[in-house]
Design a protein. Structure first.
Lengths: 235, 235
DNA sequence: GACCATATGGCACTCAGTACCCTCTGTAAA
DNA sequence: TTTACAGAGGGTACTGAGTGCCATATGGTC
């Protein structure tokens, strides 16, 4: 058996296409760039483009498919623990994908803001993350009253919080601390919906321990929640 | 030529097109129906279709544009009161639009479930409602810490809750009580995020009144919230 | 009648996406 | 070596959505 060494001869066509497409999108805009323009710059046949990307929009989000798979794997592997906390970890997976390529993410952000077709496409991508999280939560909440409802509301809240933190980082040009922004945003959701990490924080406090909260009537609920949360967090 | 007699009452072309299109979508499916099929059945020119509907998908959601305008008007006219409660009222506006034509809504629901293109389009529509609500909340939360974040999270939660109630009604074939389903779902969100209607429930309780809640550590936050809320609601 | 605005139809065009078939190249079996 | 095979990429023609432009009604006004 003669094994021929195989030095990587060509850069993968997928990357060549994505690179050429992104350059053109930045130069002329998404809508004024045709698929023929892309394949011309990439020096390949038109048919090849659609072999690697099912649509022109897909080339703008080349890594989401893998990230969604990662999230599914993370949730499948998650055992016990606060469901909301687990889902927040799943959201952080998406953030890290963005943070891995700051300049690309920022450019894509501006591109997506301007092109309605890309905004819509991004929505469908985000929706898949949300559904994945909601599915996981639904499994964790079986038997509890309004389990599916809670699952969907919490997933939506987590996604909204994540996106808020992510966008504020993207608006800053990728300069600030993305993790911190998202952690803070997710914290707001966890304060309200999370079971608090009592069960995960070492020896759980006795169930007999109690906290007392005093509030005046009419206080906005999330203020009450913040105080309750603070009280429950005390050690 | 000499055929000058035309007592046609001029049924609005928009409705004629929407009717013809929906019939065909139910008969052959959305993707196997071309715009040419639609205009042929409607007996009008192809160009007229795109005059009334910017895309083939739009004809499936002919009333959302008006509903969005209604929601904007409602929020513009809203004064004072609990912001979350106001936004929930805005969501109920959408529900009532669906409930006004149960059979149409149910058929459209099944159509949308099956056709990816329609699902994506619906996402973009829902997103516009969500942004409208978030925009309103952002205005109401100016000056409060993390106002924009709260605005987006609450809007997302309200939309998710609304859609949960709406979908459960649609799945039932439009038989049950849509308002009740959505009210219950929105109630879950309001329990957590709402300021409770103390300021809107007649003579507000004195700010000096207090409630005391006792909870064991590790209690899921929303259980705590339910009890706090119940306590705050007492008269 | 002439005049004007609006509504509609017709036609041609661009471009995304698909189906089908071709070539090329490297590999394994005869 | 020849043959057979497989997989990557190229080429062509087609469908169908959406747009621009222009011609043609229709209805109202002076």
């Amino acid at each position: 058996m003669t094994e021929a060494r195989r030095p990587v001869k060509k850069p993968p066509m997928r990357e060549v296409l994505a690179e050429a497409a992104f350059q053109l999108f930045l130069e002329r805009g998404f809508e004024r760039t045709t698929v023929d323009d892309i394949v011309a710059r990439a020096g390949v046949g038109r048919r090849s483009f659609f072999r690697y990307f099912p649509s022109k929009e897909d080339v703008v989000f080349p890594d989401h498919e893998r990230c969604l798979a990662d999230m599914t794997a993370l949730l499948d592997a998650a055992d016990g623990g606060d469901p909301v906390s687990t889902v927040c970890d799943a959201a952080r997976l998406v953030l890290r994908m963005y943070a891995a390529n700051p300049e690309f993410s920022v450019q894509r952000y501006h591109l997506t803001r301007e092109v309605p077709g890309l905004r819509t496409y991004e929505l469908s991508v985000v929706r898949r993350y949300e559904r994945t999280m909601a599915e996981y939560l639904r499994g964790r909440y079986v038997g509890t009253p309004d389990g599916p409802l809670h699952a969907e509301v919490i997933a939506a809240a987590v996604v909204a919080a994540h996106n808020n933190g992510l966008r504020s980082w993207l608006r800053s040009g990728g300069e600030g601390d993305a993790e911190a922004a998202v952690d803070h945003a997710l914290g707001v959701v966890q304060e309200v919906w999370g079971a608090k990490d009592a069960s995960a924080a070492g020896p759980a406090a006795d169930d007999d321990e109690v906290v007392v909260v005093v509030a005046s009537k009419g206080t906005p609920m999330w203020r009450v929640v913040q105080r309750v949360e603070a009280a429950l967090a005390e050690d």
